[in-house]
Design a protein around this ligand. Structure first.
Ligand code: C2E
Ligand code: CA
Length: 710
């Protein structure tokens, strides 16, 4: 630089343009030029400095050495960059010393050799560099940043904090300046900051990222993500830390919540299938390492469908929750209790050494369900059956273990329920038992023992049947009439369910076509399970049935279970629309979950909503339910949907439902489901006039099925 600027004016300009303090010193040690920055560091005026000995600015202690050093420097004719010497001090007018760093170069001015000294005030850099004009841009960014940012010194004491940081902690800047983070760090996390600072100080790392907790002034614990970076001087001395933070308190709790949701059953809070599979894999790995064996206990509630049917889903759900709590009470902490789906629970036992231990666990689980449950004022008995499969290193894969437990469970049910069965290879043969039932059902499809019965749907205005619900019946050669709740679940686990669906559609459309050929003749409704509803073949099955029977599409209605529609509303809506294109309407079946889900389900393009029996014959809170029914009817009307009240058993039920505005009803008061041959006797005549009007032949069918089920 000495060559490029060689006039006094040039040097004057240069000195005044740099933010650091700067001075020119001649060979005799007198100050030839000084800038404003230096004047302000030292407290002198520029004019006081010019002509003064440079030792004026040197601490007295070292002034003598300084003279020698300066002369030597001029002789040596080199330059010296910042950072070459540490702990240099500048004496100010009031006698105090400031820590500075000084860079030196040799120049010539008007042919005379001079030293150019640039003085960087380290105190200033430490404490106030953020306030100097040269850092204006950074300062503004710092001030307006929505991210909490703080500068700290080498002891991590706060030098500057922006508004976002103050807001984060609910503290004023005055409270924070000069403090270290101990003031607001969550006590257990104090070591974190200390360790991080130490690593930065030793220059093991330049930047650190970690998560720690703070305590807000109001006592709330905050979780923050911290990014820390340090600035060093040329000698490696830590000058300051910049710390930027992000409040992740909500995010963390949300993530934890989501993680929990992904792995737990929302109703009971127990582990779900995904978590079970993970635990099972881990348990197997552990047994491979440590020996011993494990067990799967598959717990299935006995006749749980009856609870749902006679008391409704609301009570059914409460029973599931209560069962989960009871099982939890006897569960060992090392084991995993999972809701496997519906009314099925799986209990995973890890690291046992005797078969006897597993038997005792099974007994404890059964024992936990001995006492009746009290739910919404009702006393309910709910037992379970358990299938047990044990495994060790030699065992086949997870799926096979679950299958074995399932087989043992099936055997426990077959032997009369409320018991446990341990899997043994012998059961593989009796798997034939289940296979046998399935085969019998398959045969029933073709040998005529499977048929559809029809229950009238009655208009409140005319008290005559305007349509019929088709309900499937199986007349078993040994067991008599079996109701669908018994055999459908068996079929659900195989492809047979598709064939049963086609059968129901075919028989129902044929029947309806036989009642009348008029487009406004009575309609028929056909039930579909969730699995059937989402069967990609559904539309083609429906179309085939319509074509074969030549039934007017508007006389067919598909009943969609509320549960299925709620589980996947988007898919349900696609199905409804697809059927609509064929001219077929849909009914939402078993509606009982309440208004929130109704609001969601009314988006579906429905023809009917069928209110669940639990709302019609509530065990408790009758008036509340009546009010609810009224709201459903009103909302339904507004959406152009007719409401059907199901499970009307007495004229009293009927009166209440009429008062609530229900235009259509169904139930034993009018008739049970009757075989096709008896439908004509119900057609066109007033129904439900007396409570006793129950068709005798179908009554015996139901009784037969009831006895066979228990
Ligand atoms: P759901 O759709 O709720 O059918 C109504 C059930 O309530 C029928 O039982 C019917 O007999 C019974 N019910 C009718 N009125 C009354 C009454 O006043 N009081 C009482 N206590 N019960 C009444 P069902 O026939 O045993 O059918 C049980 C379930 O099986 C049906 O429930 C339905 O979900 C399913 N289901 C029946 N047929 C079929 C079918 O063809 N396909 C499919 N996928 N499911 C079917
Ligand atoms: Ca139904």
């Amino acid at each position: 630089m000495s060559e490029s600027v060689d006039s006094a004016d040039g040097w004057q300009l240069f000195l005044s343009s740099i933010p650091d303090g700067a001075l020119l010193v001649n060979a005799d040690g007198y100050i030839a030029m000084a800038n404003e920055a230096l004047a302000s560091y030292t407290g002198y005026g520029v004019s006081d400095l010019i002509g003064a000995s440079v030792e004026l600015l040197v601490p007295q202690k070292v002034a003598g050495d300084h003279v020698l050093a300066r002369e030597k420097f001029l002789e040596g004719a080199q330059s010296r960059p910042f950072g070459s010497h540490t702990h240099l001090a500048l004496a100010t007018r009031d006698g105090t010393l400031r820590e500075v760093d000084i860079a030196l170069s040799q120049i010539t001015l008007d042919g005379e050799p001079m030293s150019l000294a640039i003085v960087r005030d380290l105190d200033d850099l430490h404490r106030t560099s953020l306030h100097s004009d040269s850092d204006l841009r950074y300062r503004l960014a710092f001030d307006i940043s929505v991210a909490p940012i703080v500068f700290t010194d080498d002891h991590d004491r706060i030098l500057a904090a922006n508004d976002a940081f103050c807001d984060l902690l609910g503290r004023t800047r005055d409270e924070l300046l000069g403090q270290d983070s101990t003031l607001f760090t969550y006590p257990l996390d104090l070591g974190l900051t200390e360790a991080s600072l130490e690593r930065v100080r030793r220059r093991e790392v330049d930047a650190e990222h970690y998560v720690k907790r703070y305590v807000h002034r109001d006592g709330r614990v905050l979780v923050v993500e911290v990014a820390r970076r340090a600035a060093y001087d040329a000698s490696g001395h830590l000058l300051f830390n910049v710390i930027s933070e992000r409040d992740v308190t909500e995010e963390r709790s949300l993530t934890a919540q989501l993680a929990h949701q992904a792995l737990h059953d929302p109703l009971t809070g127990l582990a779900n299938r995904a978590l079970l599979e993970d635990r099972l894999a881990r348990a197997r790995a552990k047994i491979t390492r440590q020996g011993g064996f494990g067990a799967i206990l598959m717990v299935d509630l006995d006749d749980f469908k009856d609870v749902n049917d006679s008391h409704g889903h609301l009570i059914g759900d409460q029973v599931l929750i209560a069962v989960a709590r009871r099982l939890e009470e006897v569960a060992r902490t090392a084991d995993t209790l999972c809701r496997f789906g519906g009314d099925e629970f799986v209990y995973l036992v890890e690291g046992v050494h005797q078969a006897e231990q597993v038997r005792r666990i099974a007994e404890r689980l059964l024992g936990a369900l001995e006492r009746p449950f009290t739910i919404m004022g009702l006393s309910l008995q709910q037992h379970a059956s358990i299938g047990v499969a044990t495994w060790d290193i030699e065992s086949p894969d997870d799926l096979a273990i679950l299958e074995q437990a399932d087989l043992a469970l099936y055997e426990a049910k077959r032997l009369g329920r409320n018991r446990y069965v341990v899997f043994s290879p012998r059961l593989h043969q009796s798997h034939a038992g289940r296979g046998h039932d399935l085969q019998a059902l398959r045969d029933a499809l073709s040998d005529g023992s499977l048929s559809m019965h029809f229950q009238p749907i009655v208009s409140a205005a005319t008290t005559t049947a305007v349509g019929f619900e088709a309900l499937m019946r199986w007349r078993h050669h040994e067991r008599g009439w079996i109701s669908p709740s018994e055999f459908l679940s068996l079929a659900e686990s195989t492809d047979l369910i598709g064939d049963l669906g086609s059968f129901a559609l075919r028989e129902a459309t044929r029947a309806a076509a036989s009642w009348s050929s008029a487009p406004d003749g009575p309609y028929v409704t056909v039930n579909l399970s969730a699995r059937q509803l989402f069967d990609p073949e559904l539309a083609s099955r429906v179309r085939t049935a319509l074509v074969d029977s030549a039934l007017e599409p508007s006389r067919l209605v598909i009943e969609i279970p509320e549960r299925a529609a709620l589980e996947d509303a988007a898919r349900a809506s696609l199905v409804v629309d697809e059927l609509r294109l064929l001219g077929v309407g849909c009914a939402l079946d078993g509606f009982g979950d309440g208004l929130a889900s109704l609001a969601q389900l009314l988006h579906l393009d429905l023809r009917f909503v069928k209110i669940d029996r639990s709302l019609i014959r509530p065990p408790t809170g009758a008036s509340l339910r009546d009010a609810l029914v009224e709201v459903i009817v009103t909302l339904g009307h507004r959406a152009g949907i007719d409401v059907v009240a199901q499970g009307i058993e007495t004229s009293d039920d009927l009166a209440r439902l009429r008062a609530a505005g229900c235009a259509l009803s169904q139930g034993f008061l009018f008739s049970q489901a009757v075989p096709l041959s008896e439908v004509s006797t119900l057609m066109g005549m007033p129904l439900g006039v007396e409570d006793s009007k129950v068709n005798p032949s179908s009554m015996s069918a139901i009784q037969a099925s009831a006895t066979s089920a228990s």
